[in-house]
Design a protein around this ligand. Structure first.
Ligand code: HEC
Ligand code: HEC
Length: 501
């Protein structure tokens, strides 16, 4: 199915002179844009006291493959509200870790840049969670190299689960000395996670990787969706201010409603690609189109639970259909990548949350990434695809082969031994117990939500723990993890597609 497409593309190369001319134009355009963007980046990254400053909608920020940007339903991105104000004691704002230049996430390149220009003094590197441990010697390596923030989570019994957990937990690898601490009988685990983008939030089915901020008010029902999302994000903003910003009191009700209103108006995506050009001219990429994308909890559910009764279609992404017959080779590759994402068969096995025992499901990328043109799972469906497993302890050959494609940073490894419930007697090894820290259930070990796939290019590295340095590594991981058998060209097409989201 892929032989015939490139033929008209390779048979009509642009004449050398024309190509040079085009490239020259591209370069001077690029240079102008880079200057604008670097100035904007420095301005935003340093978090200087900004009063009444707005980013125009779709303001372009340079990334490795083009430009990303944000569209706010309010007409522009207001940089003066409480999202960008220091509400705590360490100088941090929400924007410290959710930067407009990084599609409201945090790229490792940005963290490195900030470390360099501030000599490690930027509030991003505050010891509380910008260092591997909250006390002792400061070590910023995980945030600088992998954009990872330390999250301290209590082991049940805790606010979510009043009962003792079904497992006992120990740290079998503790590279930084604070993997598991006990104070007054309460165990606390340090896990290291990527800031999830504070944009495109209207498509969420769970808040936080482990869903802890949507635990009490779930996002699984159209009737309660808007109200619950508001409640969840308000609680989330309170918790973020008290923990990351080390505030001594929560934000005011007005500040909270401004933060949540600001976030909910945002949609972010890649706007243009160096080689494919604008992603919204003649196609439906970009952030503005995304802001019009219909959504309700369970839309296109791959497990057949769409509340409107619509059957699942694997054709989840349809934004680059019009590139299919493009003469621009990059556009044609992106369209092929979209097709691969939607339709290429893969064998899903050993995914707690989806498969049991030795069960195998033949699916597609869209079995898990089923929300139209967004890519998260439209119902809360936390899964363990193996990204947090440890090569030292892993026994599944597909997971071993897949993990070898990644650039896993040095992380703690926890051993969880199940003592109660149907999994009693089983032992698990992971750098992040995921949802099991919220529920205390063995069946939730290592499980976390599927992530929204828009604005990827602006916020490498990938997966909740930053183990894939780039999208090539993501695709290499999946190719072996789910035995897809993609050719080099197909892998490149898939990467080219993902980087335009
Ligand atoms: C020190 C860095 C840091 C700061 C400062 C910070 N966050 Fe976050 N944010 C994170 C991390 C890390 C996560 C993912 C945590 C997890 O999954 O357990 C996250 C997750 C989120 C999410 C969840 C998105 C999703 O897809 O579930 C939202 C919303 C959010 N932050 C908003 C905010 C707001 C609002 C503020 C300011 C009040 C803020 N953050 C301050 C690091 C930060
Ligand atoms: C069995 C379910 C499943 C399948 C199949 C699947 N994914 Fe995922 N995907 C997930 C989950 C769960 C995560 C979050 C994992 C994590 O953060 O550790 C994820 C994360 C990602 C991310 C990282 C996003 C980010 O912001 O870091 C990308 C990119 C991605 N998937 C692309 C794909 C592609 C491409 C395919 C097909 C080749 C695919 N996925 C197939 C479940 C799946």
């Amino acid at each position: 199915m892929f032989e015939k497409q490139p033929s008209h593309v390779v048979s009509r190369p642009a004449p050398e002179s024309l190509r040079k001319q085009r490239f020259g134009m591209l370069r001077s355009k690029l240079r102008r844009r880079i200057t604008v963007c670097v100035v904007a980046l420095v301005f935003i990254a340093t978090g200087s006291a900004i009063a009444d400053v707005y980013l125009p909608n779709l303001f372009p920020f340079l990334d490795l493959t083009g430009f990303s940007g944000t569209y706010s339903n309010t007409g522009s991105v207001d940089l003066s509200g409480p999202f960008f104000q220091s509400l705590g004691t360490n100088g941090r704002t929400c924007g410290t870790c959710h930067a407009p230049s990084d599609t409201f996430g945090l790229s490792a390149v940005d963290a490195q840049f900030r470390y360099f220009i501030s000599g490690g003094k930027d509030p991003l590197f505050a010891q509380i969670d910008g260092s591997t441990c909250p006390t002792g010697t400061v070590n910023n390596s995980l945030v600088v190299n992998n954009g990872l923030i330390r999250i301290g989570l209590t082991v049940p019994p805790n606010t979510f689960d009043p009962d003792p957990p079904q497992y006992t937990i120990t740290a079998v690898e503790d590279p930084y000395g604070c993997a598991l601490t006990t104070s007054e009988g309460q165990q606390t685990v340090s896990v290291y996670r990527r800031p999830l983008p504070a944009t495109n939030l209207g498509f969420l089915s769970a808040v936080m990787f482990d869903g802890r901020e949507s635990f009490f008010y779930p996002l699984n029902n159209g009737q309660t969706f808007a109200a619950n999302l508001n409640t969840d994000l308000t609680q989330q903003a309170t918790d973020a201010t008290l923990t990351h910003a080390q505030a001594t009191q929560p934000p005011t009700a007005t500040q909270l409603s401004q933060i949540v209103g600001f976030e909910l108006a945002l949609n972010s995506a890649q706007l243009s690609d160096f080689f494919a050009g604008s992603l919204s001219k003649g196609a439906n990429g970009g952030a503005q189109f995304l802001s019009t994308q219909p959504y309700y909890p369970g839309i296109n559910d791959s497990l057949g639970g769409d509340p409107e009764g619509n059957p699942f279609t694997p054709n989840v992404f349809t934004i680059y259909t019009s590139f299919q017959n493009s003469r621009n080779p990059q556009q044609a590759s992106i369209a092929r990548g979209e097709q691969i994402f939607n339709t290429q068969p893969l064998t899903i096995s050993d995914v707690p949350g989806l498969t049991t025992g030795t069960q195998q499901i033949v699916g597609t990328c869209t079995t898990c990434h089923d929300t139209f043109n967004v890519g998260n799972h439209s119902f809360p469906l936390p899964l363990d695809i193996g990204t947090g497993h440890s090569l030292t302890y892993e026994t599944d050959p597909n997971i071993i082969a897949a993990l070898q494609q990644l650039q896993t940073p040095t992380l703690p490894v926890f051993e969880l031994v199940c003592t109660q419930g149907s999994l009693a007697g089983s032992t698990y090894y992971t750098s992040d117990p995921g949802k099991a820290l919220i529920t205390g259930q063995c069946s939730d070990i290592g499980r976390g939500k599927g992530l929204i796939l828009r604005g990827l290019a602006g916020r490498a590295p990938y997966f909740h723990n930053g183990v894939a340095a780039n999208l090539q590594q993501v695709v290499n991981f999946y190719n072996l993890r789910f035995q897809i058998g993609l050719s080099q060209q197909q892998m490149q097409d898939l990467v080219n597609f993902l980087q335009t989201l």
